[in-house]
Ligand binder design. Sequence first.
Ligand code: GLC
Length: 452
Amino acid sequence: MVGARNVPILATSFETVVKKSLSDVRFFFTVALLVNTSVTIAQSKPDAKMDWFANAKLGIFIHWGIYSVNGIDESWSFHNNYLPYANYMKQLDGFTADRYDPARWGELIKQSGARYAVLTTKHHDGVALWPTKLSTLNTVEKTPARRDLATPLVESLRKQNLKVGLYYSLLDWSDDRYDGFTKSEKRYDITKEPARWNRFVQFYQGQLRELTTAYRPDLWWFDGDWEHKAEEWKAAETRKLLLDSNPGVILNSRLMGHGDYSTPEQDLPLERPKDKYWELCMTMNESWGYQPSDKNYKTSSEVIQIFAECISKGGNMLLGIGPKADGTIPDEQTNVLKDLGRWTNKHSEAIYGTREGLPNGYFYGPSTLSTDSTIVYLFLPYKPSGSVMLKGVKNCINRVWVVGNGTKPAFHVRMRPYWSQNAGLLFIDVPAQALDEQMTVLAVLLDGKLKL
Ligand code: GLC
């Protein structure tokens, strides 16, 4: 049967079975048991403070720092001794930001469909993009930009109604109070100079106080925690100080276990990660910062596929961009953001506010569920060469449409005879002209909450 089918197959067959078998009490109970044991996918309500994060799905990760001057690895290039520290720091003199247009950045990020952005306020090299009073190593005092680069971006993001995330590296390979420097050279041993280490902890907590007071971020994106234990960082105290001043703020996991969500990096999980909240952070090419020699960009379609995989498994994607030292965003990156924007805008109902999709085995591709679990969104990873198949869904199907296009493709159910409790197979025939140029999404409206 083709088109809309509103008759609840499950109820009809159940009634028939019961009528036929009224005398067979044992059979009746078996059927009742089968009906009752259908798995209803109940989605637990995210903790209130994590709500916006769970619904946001897409964020943009901005790595902007002096490493964009020579186009080399952020901080790691001197840490790994690819060049001497002094030469790395010479990049300060080339960090002009003279074409920096934070309003444009905000618009572009908004246009991509992201709901939040995370800015590197300070990477492992210790260079602060805000006018910290606790160190002279900041863009106002040490670069020709001579200005606070963080404030105007925070304002622009807020103007675009985007949530503001601040990346902050706990470790600081430039600060004399910090023990680590390059991979072959340590400054000191913290067990031997605990007072010096304590001065560092006070320094970093002081910088966090400055940032929390100035920007009241929605999210902290810590990094560089691996060099010390939670107790050494005073991680619990840091968490408390940030939450006391800003109770709803979200912390990523890189505070030695004192965060709210996990951050798989450059690695798309094959299975749903164990943590309730998670976010894949990923570069567009192979580099976090601007590196003109790195042309290894993912195509927009690849980025979209990866994004769909993330949301299908209940996660977010934090997609990296690396602006140039003059403050412009490279064309390759702008283009991906725009393509992503076209796609996210068209398919917004299948993305924002949805929940993780079907378990493995039900559909060949990513999927999401509407918050009330009555709509399954199927993301077609390939152009279908025949009917699109959905397996194991026990509901009856009220309607199917192509998201953002409106076409109602023909569909039919196979292998669900009236006398059986089989879920059957749903086949959907998507007309070629309804396919999206990058990734088509189908909406399958069920007769109630999803039952598998
Ligand atoms: C790593 C790197 C760093 C990068 C970050 C982004 O931890 O140390 O350079 O900024 O990942 O996730």
